[in-house]
Design a protein around this ligand. Structure first.
Ligand code: AMP
Length: 279
């Protein structure tokens, strides 16, 4: 497949964006190191008949101090080949100086669903996410934008921002793509050693078990505590596994609709993040 434009400057982006014309435009924001999870977002976007813009930008503003940003996987050539083959119409690859021009002085701070969980453990993370997503919306002017349910809290933060700022973009959530063993695909999974790869799928197995038990009426406090122990015994270090309101991310003492179980667990140098629907 040919015909994908690649823009790296605002001037080129304007030219290529305008060339897409009046057709509906769908945005798929990514940080690259693309896998089948990202491709599912592109496929969902394409299925709407829209012209698809995929952004690839490893956003420094959403990383904390430490090595995570420096070691974040980058493979631009493979990414571009993959999305071209998938029928993406325009790739947007700004560098940090394009995204954060000299004198840049504006951030978006979302409270509510951004406060807990990842917001607590990664201070500034959602400020970085909301700011870059708002910038992408301004740059690309999409009609729709596709985000993975894998990052459930992020999806709710983006929805909240879009609602609060009345941004004219429809947000679409796409179900998590998993390995056959249940492990949610993630760009960071490549850092799992062989033995860690064998243990990592346990997180989803435990989440599924918790969701099933809660659906059957089990006491959330009891079942969640058991699940932490199960994860530890399997060799994972759970940071949290909690029953939350699906929109506000507030913790719940009992199942109500709609709610999710969200979890993060460490294994080796990797932080696994996953969630499942309960009701
Ligand atoms: P990232 O490149 O990790 O920032 O992810 C870009 C987008 O892809 C986000 O909306 C993610 O939620 C989504 N995504 C990442 N992994 C998956 C997956 N396994 N299934 C579905 N969506 C995913």
């Amino acid at each position: 497949m040919t015909g994908m434009d690649v823009a790296r400057t605002i001037v080129d982006l304007r030219t290529y964006r305008d060339r897409l014309g009046q057709v509906s435009v769908a945005l798929v924001p990514t940080m690259g190191a693309l896998h089948a999870g990202h491709l599912a977002l592109i496929a969902a976007a394409k299925a709407t008949g829209a012209a698809v813009v995929t952004s690839i930008f490893v956003n420094p503003l959403q990383f904390g101090p430490g090595k995570d940003l420096a070691r974040y996987p980058r493979d631009e050539a493979a990414d571009l080949a993959m999305i071209r083959d998938f029928g993406c119409d325009l790739a947007w690859l700004p560098d940090a100086a394009v995204m954060y021009p000299p004198g840049d002085a504006t951030v978006i701070e979302v409270a509510g669903p951004a406060l807990r969980w990842e917001g607590e453990r990664r201070p500034g993370h959602f400020r970085g996410v909301a700011t870059v997503v708002a910038k992408l919306f301004g740059q690309i002017r999409p009609d729709t934008a596709f985000f993975g349910e894998k990052d459930w809290q992020q999806l709710q933060v983006v929805r909240r921002m879009v609602g609060d700022l009345a941004l004219p973009v429809r947000i679409v959530g796409v179900p998590t793509v998993r390995d056959p063993n249940g492990l949610a695909l993630s760009s960071r999974n490549r850092f799992l050693s062989g033995p860690e790869q064998a243990v990592a799928p346990c997180l989803y197995a435990v989440l599924r078990h918790v969701a099933d038990r809660l659906g059957a009426g089990a006491d959330p406090a009891v079942i969640l505590e058991q699940s932490r122990e199960t994860l530890r015994q399997a060799g994972l270090s759970p940071e949290y596994i909690e029953l939350v309101d699906a929109e506000t991310l507030e913790p719940l003492g009992a199942v109500q609709s709609p709610c999710r179980v969200i979890a993060t667990a460490r294994i080796g140098s990797v932080r696994l993040l996953d969630n499942v629907r309960v009701a």
